[in-house]
Design a protein around this ligand. Structure first.
Ligand code: CA
Length: 230
């Protein structure tokens, strides 16, 4: 197996060293940059498998770097995991909506960082789930062609929007989706969906899902995530 190449953008030397040391000893090739200009010059040349991006940087900040990498067709496909301070939910939401794949809040455990890197790399290698393919997750079965949902074989009667939200989240297990991303995915069918309405819909959805409700996890201040395992 070829070593995966991780590019770390972080201005704090001690954090950079902890990441560099631990990722290298976990079998990754590591390159680093301590500011945005250096990162934007180096990433298109080295084309890493994944970027770990601190959002608080001197000069060009992390969100701008994320925007630039995602706007360039050459680098748009490189997964990004953001590093953020706890409580920076609005930056996390902005980053996810710019196309970042995941985020880790400081202070972090190195085990969590490595697990997230592996999860994001794995997700990138899997082909996207066909929008029409039936999904079967534990006791939950979702059939998009029939717009049918079953919990332990029992049919669940969902509204159009509830179905859309559940199906969108379940097709992307493990991904944190912001309310806007959820609205974009289900809109076209229902223009009345707003941020607040997403929360209301999720409350209704969870009630109807009963014992499968725990698959839909609230990510405080950010959005929702579908968990494959309860
Ligand atoms: Ca920083």
């Amino acid at each position: 197996m070829t070593k995966k190449h991780i590019f770390i953008v972080e201005d704090e030397e001690d954090i950079l060293e902890i990441l560099r040391y631990n990722l290298s000893s976990s079998g990754f090739t590591v390159t680093t940059a301590t500011d945005g200009e250096e990162a934007l010059a180096a990433i298109p040349k080295s084309m890493p498998d994944l970027v770990i991006l601190d959002l608080m940087l001197p000069g060009i900040d992390g969100l701008d770097i994320c925007r630039k990498l995602k706007a360039d067709p050459q680098t748009a496909g490189i997964p990004i995991i953001m590093l953020t301070a706890r409580g920076d939910e609005s930056d996390i939401v902005a980053g996810l909506e710019l196309g970042a794949d995941d985020y880790i809040t400081k202070p972090f455990s190195i085990k969590v960082v490595i697990a997230r890197i592996r999860a994001v790399l794995r997700r990138k290698e899997q082909p996207p789930v066909d929008a029409d393919a039936p999904l079967s997750i534990g006791d939950l079965v979702i059939d998009p062609r029939r717009r049918e949902v079953r919990v332990k074989g029992r049919p669940v009667d969902l509204t159009f929007t509830e179905f859309g939200i559940l199906h969108f989240l379940a097709r992307h297990p493990g991904w944190v989706m912001t309310r806007d991303q959820i609205i974009d995915a289900v809109r076209g069918n229902d223009y009345a969906v707003t941020d607040r309405a997403v929360d209301v819909q999720v409350v209704g959805l969870r009630k109807k899902l009963g014992e499968c409700a725990e698959h839909i996890e609230t990510v405080r201040g950010v959005g929702y995530r579908f968990k494959e395992f309860r």
